[in-house]
Design a protein around this ligand. Structure first.
Ligand code: ARG
Length: 274
């Protein structure tokens, strides 16, 4: 039996959303985006979280930072400890201080500005026992050690090899519950990392290329519900077979920037016992 547990998320509305530069293969600045539709889709996601009993905090968007809607890249929060981000691309560096300021203003005592490049939950995935950490396109290898030292949790490094899946959260999703459970697309990882994943998660749900390219792995799980892009149809039945309740959402406008459900959602994981 799966059960959902109430979560606390931080989201940032796409008030200044645009595709004005290209830092991943999905971004085409010559293709039009519809900012009103992006906002509508984002509000729908926020309202669904709230309807499921979760708390959604809102971070004020900053003009000139069109990717700030992807709040998951701004900080990683484990046991109430906040590790800030350091972006790989200059277009996004301004987002990091806005996140640090939000956490400092909201009573988080342990807030660390990182030394090494890390794009937060874009590349850090927290399971019950470990932190899985992506590397290859954005976050640096050194950020893995930095995260391990800061959080005191074992960090498992994984190498990403396909530029379409430039962040770990485009290739792997934690099916968050009592056990270490994930779903992932093997083709996004190096052979060694694939072997590591097979060893740690022998029963993992494996996504095919089509569902991965529809951002099906950019999903958020509360223990029971799995919010995932509507276009990733192939994942719904296997999730249901495993006792999850898939909740399809339309994030088509944000796909144009290379992001979806998980990218828009930073999870604030509380200190134990809180
Ligand atoms: N345009 C953004 C970038 O390339 C998209 C970030 C998506 N976020 C994520 N967590 N995968 O940085």
């Amino acid at each position: 039996m799966r059960t959902s547990t109430p979560r606390r998320y931080l989201m940032c509305p796409p008030a200044y959303f645009a595709v004005s530069y290209s830092i991943n293969p999905w971004m085409d600045p010559t293709k039009p985006v519809d900012p009103a539709l992006a906002l509508f889709q984002w509000e729908d996601l926020r309202d669904r979280y709230r309807a499921l009993g979760h708390t959604v905090e809102v971070l004020d968007p900053v003009p000139g930072l069109p990717d700030m809607v992807f709040a998951a890249n701004g900080a990683t929060v484990v046991d109430g400890h906040v590790l800030g981000a350091r972006f790989a691309n200059p277009e996004r560096t301004g987002e990091a201080p806005a996140h640090l300021a939000w956490f400092r203003a909201h009573g988080f005592a342990e807030v660390r500005e990182p030394v090494h490049v890390n794009e937060a939950e874009g590349d850090f995935a927290v399971t019950t026992s470990w932190i899985l950490a992506g590397q290859g396109f954005r976050s640096s290898l050194l950020s893995h050690t930095e995260a391990q030292e800061f959080f005191g949790r074992p960090v498992i490094g994984l190498e990403l090899v396909d530029p379409r899946f430039y962040h770990l959260d485009t290739a792997l999703s934690v099916l968050d519950g009592a056990a270490d459970e994930v779903m992932y697309y093997p083709g996004a990882f190096s052979p060694g990392s694939r072997a590591v994943l097979a060893r740690l998660f022998p029963d993992a749900l494996l996504a095919d290329e089509e569902d991965a390219a529809a951002f099906g792995l950019n999903a958020v799980c509360d223990g029971l519900h799995v919010l995932l892009p509507r276009a990733a149809r192939g994942l719904r039945a296997p999730l249901r077979e495993r006792g999850f309740d898939p909740v399809p959402v339309d994030m088509s406008e944000l796909h144009k920037a290379g992001g979806s459900v998980k990218c828009c959602t930073l999870e604030i994981r509380p200190a134990p016992g809180r």
